[in-house]
Design a protein around this ligand. Structure first.
Ligand code: H79
Length: 457
């Protein structure tokens, strides 16, 4: 989107015209969708709930929670032998697993979707797969399908159901990859073996698709093989044949619907139509009792707001223990986030990405009709805040989630110039939110911005 502004600015240099941009023009303009081979227009409708959702909860639950070690990567990177890693399956009990409680907690955060690991790179399925391969129903003391009751609990609460599925399966005898420095074979040397694996993983996808009809597929590990090798186009069609509205993440070698930065925070606004930042609450995806490096609720909220203001979602991860309980620190973060969302959610859910950089020193969002700007005050700011280049008149300014109304002051408006003045708003200390205060500006009409350099016009 930024390139549109740059274009206007270049134009301005050439013809020295005042630049006024109607927000809708750029928010709805078709942008370049870098990695996707799918047609953005045909998927716009099905992506609407995702664009509005803003928050999802990611769940990494598997046998790695028994020892509390890295999911799959611990044996791949030879921190533990494969044999000892797989022994964990005998300790996966799900003895205190309460999917209704999980779903209640997710609902409390304000999240609109949840994505659970149906199978990680270690190949252990959380559902009773009919393929001859590891699963917690046949091989672990849990002895049951742990996905079904969770998806049902989500459904009851109107939360969309997501399935993480690892394309990589380092446990499968027909899969080439295994440890970081050893593999079983090369695809080119044994195409029949690879075909057997194709049939296997596609059958598993089919099983999950038919059993639970996920609203969203979250593939992982596509980097180990090409689109041709995964038969990515076929996999996409196979999913959509059964559930045409399903959304597929961007890890299917170009055949997904949205982009998935992982743990890395975008600085400039990503150019993708849809994107989602997936992030851990501490440093690990799965349960890791030795990892106390938790982000604070303030940090999580700041990151969340930053993603939303730039047009993205946050997929925030938790890692339950083998018995199905969720670590207290993670519950705390989720509940605090939920409290903040309850008060400030109107500035988040169902909004549009905010103003381009330069107008306000902080994140912003817009209402769907662009007649409201939400200003998020970063770093627990109070006092005077400043907004630049707003052509509109502000009808009302309010601290979101309160009855407090503020009086904006317009400074430096020159009568003969079309360049707007600066808006100053004094936010009293007493009205600050404990985490992040949001100011709602009701405008006279859809937002119009001045993006020029303050020349004599
Ligand atoms: O499930 C969680 C992780 O286990 C999994 N994705 C999240 C959601 C994950 N971990 N690391 N990664 C994904 C990215 C891995 C990147 C690497 Fe590579 C694989 C670094 C080296 C091998 C791909 C290939 C990127 C660079 C080379």
């Amino acid at each position: 989107m930024n390139f549109i502004f740059e274009l206007f600015i270049t134009l301005k240099k050439q013809v020295s015209l005042c630049i006024l941009i109607v927000a809708n023009l750029f928010f709805y303009s078709a942008t370049v969708c870098a990695q996707q081979k799918t047609n953005p227009d045909s998927i716009r409708e099905k992506m609407q709930w995702f664009a509005d959702a803003k928050l999802g909860i990611f769940i990494h639950w598997g046998i790695y929670s028994v020892n509390g070690i890295d999911e799959s990567w611990s044996f791949h990177n030879k921190k533990i032998s494969y044999e000892n890693y797989m022994k964990q399956i005998k300790g996966f009990t799900a003895s205190r697993y309460n999917p209704e409680e999980w779903a209640d907690l997710i609902k409390e955060t304000g999240a609109r979707y949840a994505v659970i690991t149906t199978k990680h790179h270690d190949g252990v399925a959380l559902w009773p797969t009919k393929q001859h391969h590891f699963n917690v129903v046949e091989n672990s003391p849990a002895k049951r399908d742990v996905l079904k009751p969770f998806y049902e609990a989500l459904d009851k609460r109107g939360i969309k159901r997501g399935a993480y599925f690892s394309l990589i399966d380092w446990s499968h005898p027909d899969y080439p990859g295994f440890l970081k420095d050893s593999s079983r074979y090369k695809v080119a040397d044994n195409p029949q073996k690879w075909q057997r694996f194709q049939h296997f993983f596609q059958s598993q996808i089919d099983e999950v698709n038919k059993a639970y009809k996920p609203d969203l597929w979250w593939f992982d590990g596509d980097w180990e093989h090409s689109a041709d090798e995964w038969q990515a186009e076929k996999v996409r069609k196979q999913i959509l044949n059964i559930h045409p509205g399903a959304i597929i993440n961007g890890r299917l070698q170009g055949y997904g619907d949205y982009d998935t930065p992982e743990q890395n925070f975008p600085v400039s606004r990503p150019k993708f139509n849809w994107w989602e930042l997936c992030m851990t609450t501490n440093n690990n995806w799965g349960f890791h009792p030795d990892d106390n490096n938790y982000k604070t609720p303030f940090e999580v909220i700041s990151i969340f707001v930053d993603a939303v203001s730039n047009g993205g979602n946050l997929l925030l991860d938790i890692g339950p223990k083998e018995d199905g309980t969720i670590p207290a620190e993670q519950v705390h973060i989720l509940k605090e986030l939920g409290k903040w969302n309850k008060k400030n959610g109107e500035a988040i859910f169902g909004t549009l990405p905010g103003l381009p950089q330069g107008h306000f020193y902080g994140p912003t969002t817009l209402s769907k009709d662009s007649t409201v700007i939400y200003l998020f005050l970063p770093g627990q700011t109070a006092g005077n805040i400043m907004l630049k280049g707003l052509v509109n008149t502000i009808k009302d300014a309010q601290v979101v989630g309160t009855d407090v109304h503020l009086k904006p002051k317009v400074v430096g408006k020159i009568s003969w110039s079309s360049v707007p003045g600066l808006v100053f708003i004094n936010v009293p200390e007493k009205d600050k939110d404990p985490y992040m205060t949001v100011i709602k500006l009701q405008l006279d009409k859809p937002v119009q911005l001045y993006r020029g350099q303050g020349g004599l016009n």
